[in-house]
Design a protein around this ligand. Sequence first.
Ligand SMILES: [Zn+2]
Length: 252
Amino acid sequence: MRDRNSRLDTGRGTVSFAQYRYERAAKAVAKLIIATVAAAAIITGALFGLGRIAHWGPFAPGIPEARYSAQSWNTIVVNRWHRIPDDYPAPELTQLANGQQVDSRIYPELQRMFDTMRADGLDPEVTAGYRTQDEQRQIMSDRIFLYENQGMSAKDAEREAGRLVAIPGTSEHEIGLAVDLNAVGAADAEANQQVYDWLAANAWQYGFILRYPDGKTDVTGNQYEPWHYRYVGADVAKDIHDHGITLEEYAR
Ligand SMILES: [Zn+2]
């Protein structure tokens, strides 16, 4: 029998039994911490590897999905930071006279707006409506090819193209709710400007908003595009127009 104050030899000279017990517990805790950290590092490393190689898990590269619900389909925010969700339903499309297509839900208001524009002496057309992701990918690679032909490195060409063309999966044209609107022919800058001016003043009344306003690039991620209009519905369009905000700010 030894009491609490008995001395024992631990190989490092004589220490009290209480101190020996304390040191042993401290070593056990330290070992546990090292083992936990090592396990966490191994798991993180494995997930990271899976993400980069198999594009699976929390470290998979890419852009997070936009929030989407069927009830609020008209306010989905797709931009360079939020891609179209994988489960986004393929839109039902309506084909226009010039061959362009739009989501059928925006067609009646688009038609009504065009009727008014024509009555006001304008001659507008949809120069770009719905696009598949493959078509968007083609536009991107055409642009990169163009820049490379102008002498840019592959990396620079990709970066420059990314400033003007939406990355496939992040273009509003791929959901069919956006239209590029110009004057028929589209080569006449004056005629286009008349269309843009009319739209800036009136499109909201038909549920369409100027999606990329001047001076809002840091919010929308896009340069000013006076031709690109997005359907959000009459109530939301009025709200956005009245407050001079963007869809990103409205949806926040
Ligand atoms: Zn556009």
